[in-house]
Design a protein around this ligand. Sequence first.
Ligand code: MN
Length: 136
Amino acid sequence: MSRILVVEDNLLNYELACDLLELAGHRVLHASTGEAAITMALQEQPDIILMDIGLPGMDGFEATRHLKSMSETQSIPVVAVTAHAMKEDAERVFSAGCSGYLTKPIDTRRFVAEVEAILAAASPASRAEAQGNTHE
Ligand code: MN
């Protein structure tokens, strides 16, 4: 079970993601703006953040840069969720500090597995393992 913050301004998109994640046993938190996502990430320390890029006001790139600039939230993996699947967007996603990205509309058969794979790759245990391997 992981605590997953879903940042999404479209309620139907949020409800679909929430249902899929809760069915898989995860606990889901919701924010509908970048500003609310930052506040909630600071307060709740989720295990991972799914970040919609198209948000009113501060967009997902800007919110991610804020999260990555603060010591309290910089280690939380952020996964961009974007309707734009073009290469230049992928480059922006990684340069903003995201650990990966998913494209919308989400693939309901693969969504949870993709989120869990990114979470596993970014977990403290696997980071420690990667660091250990580097020093061998
Ligand atoms: Mn949106």
